[in-house]
Design a protein around this ligand. Structure first.
Ligand SMILES: [Zn+2]
Length: 169
């Protein structure tokens, strides 16, 4: 699998993941600075070889409208690491409204959680505490960094130092 490159904005906010070719173009055009590279990997051309970039930072601030992670079934599963949050099962997953819609629960990041069909059916139209379920954590809206950190742990350890959640301001 070809290694991907993490792009940071001028203020070091992660903004994109691109191919090595795209990252090299940014570096050649002097539009970005390489901050980290993959050890023991290089990119060869006919006459030269280059370090394989892992993280590059744009040299000019790019104003991008904030794009949160979209609220979709698959992204709820990703946030919850593909496990039922009530029993830990990884099979027959669905998305559960923690506070049921019939009781005013919203379809939002903070009210949706991954559940297996069994737990979902057992819970029915009740709140978790009414059937003895306990949530392992309060559901939250993930950021791009959460998902990138997940990816980085498996494929690109070099990104991790750049994905720490920094206090704003
Ligand atoms: Zn379950």
């Amino acid at each position: 699998m070809e290694k991907r490159v993490l792009i940071l904005n001028l203020d070091h906010t992660p903004i994109a993941v691109v191919s090595a070719q795209k990252a090299l173009v940014l570096l050649f055009l002097n539009k970005a600075t390489s901050l980290s590279h993959y050890e023991s990997l290089e990119i060869r051309t006919v006459s030269r070889s280059f370090r394989y970039p892992a993280v590059v930072r744009l040299d000019a601030y790019k104003n991008i409208p904030y794009r949160g992670v979209l609220l979709t079934r698959n992204n709820v599963f990703r946030r919850d690491k593909g496990q039922c949050q009530y029993c830990g099962s990884v099979k027959n997953l669905t998305v559960d409204h923690v506070i049921p819609r019939s009781k005013g629960g919203k379809t939002s990041w903070t009210n949706l959680i991954t559940a297996c069909n069994r737990c979902n059916t057992y819970k029915g139209d009740k709140k978790p505490e009414e059937v003895g379920f306990r949530l392992p954590y309060a559901p939250y809206k993930p950021t791009l960094s959460h998902f990138l950190a997940d990816y980085a742990e498996r494929h690109a350890m070099e990104w991790l130092p750049f994905l720490e959640v920094k206090p704003v301001g």
